[in-house]
Design a protein around this ligand. Sequence first.
Ligand SMILES: [Zn+2]
Length: 158
Amino acid sequence: MSVFLISFFGSIVAALLVSWIRRHKNPDPTPANSNKTAEFSRSKTIIFSSACVLVSWLCMVVFLIAVFLPSFGIESNIVLATSLISFFVMAIIYLLTSFQLKCTNCQKRVFFQISENPPFSIKFKGLTGWSSIVLQVLLMNSFTCMHCGKKHSIKSNA
Ligand SMILES: [Zn+2]
């Protein structure tokens, strides 16, 4: 039970920390082509949602490492349990928050990818589709809708 609580609150704190860092890292940008860029209304939610994805990816990495620890004689049951629970907690929060995140132009959900190659998906840091948008949100102050190609700016201190 305590493992569950630690995973649950630990992962939420980690996601909040990532989104806090993300929001305080960059000053408000002035988009170069602001006439083509729409400001995204739910900046806080999309940053938090993306942070949850990032933490869930980290949990997966920790889980995969923990799988191999016993072969080096290291007990890893608690690490396996916490990383797995944290992963599911983050995935659920991500799914719940991403329901609210719609493109202001096409009204489609920005993280919901139906086809393998969405028409306006941008390759960013080697990723495409929804995972590319996660990194765009966290690393840049903007993202491009993969459904319609509309560019959205995200307020840093929203
Ligand atoms: Zn769109």
